[in-house]
Design a protein around this ligand. Structure first.
Ligand code: 5GP
Ligand code: ZN
Length: 112
């Protein structure tokens, strides 16, 4: 399958790893939007938020617990934001489920 993040998970495209286990891979975003900006993705290919279903939903809970653990390790004590973009109007550009973790500056709300 021609998927950028599957290639990153497989090591075919280099990335700066934050964390890895059997289910997930986390790596720094190539175009950071905050002083800390990394992505957490399931190793299983899921097309995006709209591809989550009863068969694969467990990994989403695992991803959130991994994010909480990484936030402690990286001392993101002042807070952080988790974002999953979906579809064209949601701003999704890569068709493999990913959770942005942004931190290190005051983040505005609502998003543009
Ligand atoms: P989306 O726009 O789909 O929510 O997020 C995709 C993210 O992937 C973007 O923030 C973009 O900067 C990042 N990205 C795209 N290509 C690469 C790459 O080759 N390596 C890394 N580390 N990040 C990438
Ligand atoms: Zn993929």
């Amino acid at each position: 399958m021609d998927c950028l993040f599957c290639k990153i998970i497989a090591g075919e495209i280099p990335s700066k790893k934050v964390y890895e286990d059997e289910q997930v891979y986390a790596f720094y975003d190539i175009d950071p939007q905050a002083p800390v900006h990394f992505l957490v993705v399931p190793k299983e290919h899921i097309s995006g938020p709209s591809g989550i279903n009863e068969q694969n939903e467990a990994v989403v809970g695992h991803i959130y617990s991994v994010i909480a653990m990484l936030a402690r390790e990286l001392h993101l004590d002042k807070g952080y934001r988790v974002v999953a973009n979906c579809g064209e109007e949601g701003g999704q550009t890569v068709g493999h489920l990913h959770f942005h973790v942004l931190a290190g500056r005051m983040l505005s709300w609502p998003p543009g």
